[in-house]
Design a protein around this ligand. Structure first.
Ligand SMILES: [Zn+2]
Length: 415
């Protein structure tokens, strides 16, 4: 019996060790490939597992040594953006270690982000409230901050239009939660002295959700730095366990169309049905409960873009002129801080067709002015943006968010 127990313990330990084993990226490279035709782009996407970015004729891919050989054999070459992905990840880990007390000079863990949110709410009860929107597939809470004058008096002020900023639908986009968190912190800090901020929080309700995909984020810290999707267990394919739905292809507006995949192992797997995932389900339910949702930003990385509907079609969306004006105001605001240029335009023509995205739903189903940001950089580091760029990115996006608040406060754009 003891021997059986011993063997059992050994087996369990092995299983645990296999599951918890970190995915290594030694020998992996990120290439920027320029394709001549859509068919060629299609071919590249067929040949590689991990596509980082597609823009027009440019496509960034993260390649194993085998995939590098396969692409070369197929006649593709590319500019090497990252010569050793494994080394870059290890380097970022060592940069991750020092604790200097600042929230925006290193990448925080999920628990640290939640602690920072709680602290802000606890220390500013007349301006900030923290609450749980719902739970992830692995039962982690998804938290939001509600910023408005005297938030504890009523559940929602019917005469204060709501603005929602959320980040981290995609787990590897580490720069996105700090940008959302920084926005909340700076609004609170500037409330007493900045008239624009004071008027915004007196007349609006601003909601900040720094991490929509907490399971994925934890997984990028423990096991696979380049994980994108949530952590739903889907089943076994060729005897390999398959996990994950792309949350930003799981929203109901235009769900199932071009630019999303029906294959569970794909990085853009849309899920078995619209809102099949608890993360999108709870977020959408909550957004439907807001009486006057007027503006929204879904924060991603990378590429430096300010995008708006539609994503599911290249057709022009209604109110394109309004999107254009607000988008350009945001672009100018960002550029004025550190000189970084973010391209502004509708999702599908600017980037690629992507259906089942959040921004399409918020605009199409909820009627709010909705943007997708793609933050720094333009490809030098991609998802592995060094920590010394966290604060500058937060600083440059802040006035763009303020621009959205100003616009929302001034008018209902449908008038
Ligand atoms: Zn993303």
């Amino acid at each position: 019996m003891r021997r059986i127990m011993g063997v059992l313990v050994l087996c369990l330990t092995l299983v645990w060790a296999v599951q918890a084993q970190e995915v290594k990226y030694d020998g992996y490279q990120v290439w920027r490939i320029t394709v001549r035709t859509p068919a060629e782009r299609e071919q590249v996407q067929q040949l590689v597992r991990d596509v980082w970015m597609v823009r027009g004729s440019t496509i960034d891919v993260c390649l194993s040594p085998d995939e590098q050989a396969t692409l070369r054999k197929a006649g593709f070459t590319g500019e090497v953006l990252i010569p050793d992905v494994g080394a870059r990840i290890r380097q970022q880990k060592s940069e991750f270690a020092p604790q200097d007390g600042s929230l925006f000079t290193r990448y925080l863990t999920l628990n640290e982000i939640y602690a920072a949110m709680r602290q802000l709410a606890d220390q500013n009860p007349r301006l900030v409230q923290m609450f749980e929107i719902g739970r992830s597939i692995e039962n982690r809470p998804i938290y939001a901050l509600r910023l408005t004058r005297e938030p504890r008096r009523v559940r929602v002020y019917r005469d204060r239009p709501q603005v929602v900023i959320n980040a981290m639908q995609h787990a590897r986009e580490w720069i996105t939660p700090p940008v959302a968190l920084y926005f909340a912190y700076r609004l609170v800090a500037e409330y007493p002295t900045n008239t624009q901020v004071r008027e915004a929080l007196d007349r609006l309700e601003v909601y900040v959700v720094p991490v929509v995909n907490p399971d994925g984020y934890v997984f990028t810290h423990t096991t696979n730095r380049l994980w994108r999707k949530n952590r739903r267990y889907i089943g076994r394919v060729f005897n390999q366990p398959v996990y994950g739905v792309d949350l930003n292809r799981n929203w109901s507006y235009g769900w199932g169309g071009e630019g999303s995949s029906g294959q569970p192992w794909s990085d853009t797997y849309r899920g078995s049905a619209p809102f099949s995932e608890p993360e999108t389900y709870w977020l959408s339910r909550w957004m439907l409960s807001l009486p006057t949702l007027r503006a929204h930003v879904d924060v991603h990385s990378y590429s430096q873009l300010i995008l708006w509907p539609w994503g599911y079609t290249t057709d022009l969306a209604p109110f394109s002129g309004v999107f254009e004006r607000v988008g350009q105001a945001m672009q100018t605001a960002i550029q004025s801080v550190h000189g970084q240029f973010y391209i502004a335009g509708p999702i599908a023509p600017t980037l690629y067709i992507a259906s089942g995205g959040m921004t399409d739903w918020v605009f199409g189903a909820r009627g709010a002015l909705s943007f997708t940001y793609e933050l720094r950089d333009t490809g030098q580091y991609g998802f592995l943006l060094p920590p010394d760029q966290i604060l500058p990115t937060c600083e440059e996006v802040y006035p763009a968010f303020l621009e959205l608040l100003r616009w929302t406060r001034q008018r209902d754009w449908r008038e």
